[in-house]
Design a protein around this ligand. Structure first.
Ligand SMILES: [Zn+2]
Length: 273
């Protein structure tokens, strides 16, 4: 089965989101008020926490020429566990999962990364090999940069260092919250959280998704996911057909999710907003 890009974006991929802060490009008001921008930066829908203390992180415009546009394809492995991380990826419309893999081949998703973040952070923090596998969950646009370029810039005092540290903290927070969520919250609420997080990162209400893939992402059996997704569909919150899920009732899906969705989003905004 082929998995198309969720929605091909014609505009320059600098529209979103962590990347503009790293290299100096800015959102325009038009982008923030339109579908050109991700949902996270549309007019405030989520109550904002007060910003973190301290000066706003500075940007490093010197990194801009090193960006390379790339198309992320479904199930593309960006890097493997115990392997070097050659590039940092800034997804613009695609979504990447970080998976912890066990020696017996079992795997579970510990984080999803879209336009709010970057993939390969460990490489710029001085870690030589990855502890997880990064795999493309939803195809889409991205920009990438050689990890060595960013690492050298940071060693030379790049002003983006503070921002990357804040992102590291936000990602750790997300990992911890997701671990607790996977252990404590009901399957249908976790399923709703996952769908909302993915919906935030793609530029479409419909995106490709198989039950088998979602089961791997949530670390449960496929039958369990089928029941949970069926409940959401029966409630009229999503529609699922031929490997494509459509978000039908976004507010309803938010109400069906555990609190982890809003908590993670609010903390991200506090650290990086
Ligand atoms: Zn939860």
């Amino acid at each position: 089965m082929s998995h198309p890009v969720a929605t091909p974006s014609q505009q320059p991929p600098l529209a979103c989101c962590l990347l503009p802060r790293v290299v100096g490009a800015r959102h325009t008001r038009r982008e923030e008020a339109s579908d050109d921008c991700c949902r996270r930066h549309r007019p405030a829908r989520v109550p904002q926490e007060p910003p973190a203390r301290g000066p706003a992180p500075r940007r490093d415009e010197g990194l801009l020429p090193h960006l390379e546009p790339i198309a992320l394809t479904f199930k593309q492995v960006l890097y493997e566990r115990d392997a070097p991380i050659p590039h940092l990826y800034f997804p613009a419309g695609g979504v990447v999962s970080l998976l912890i893999t066990m020696d017996d081949g079992a795997a579970i998703e510990v984080a999803t990364i879209g336009n709010e973040g970057l993939v390969g952070l460990a490489a710029v923090l001085g870690v030589e090999v990855s502890t997880e596998r990064a795999i493309v969950q939803i195809a889409g646009d991205a920009l990438r940069m050689e990890a060595d370029v960013v690492a050298r810039a940071i060693r030379s005092g790049s002003p983006t260092h503070d921002l990357l540290l804040r992102y590291a903290q936000a990602l750790m927070m997300s990992l911890a919250q997701t671990a607790a969520c996977n252990r404590l919250h009901p399957m249908e609420e976790r399923c709703a959280r996952w769908l909302l997080q993915t919906h935030d990162r793609v530029r479409s209400d419909a995106f490709p998704l198989t039950h088998a893939f979602l089961a791997q992402m949530l670390g449960v059996r496929r039958a369990t996911v089928t029941v949970a997704a069926g409940m959401l569909q029966q409630a009229g919150l999503i529609r699922y057909s031929r490997g494509v899920v459509t978000i039908v009732d976004r507010p309803g899906l938010e109400a069906a999710s555990c609190a982890c969705y809003r908590l993670i989003q609010a903390r991200f905004d506090r650290l990086l907003g």
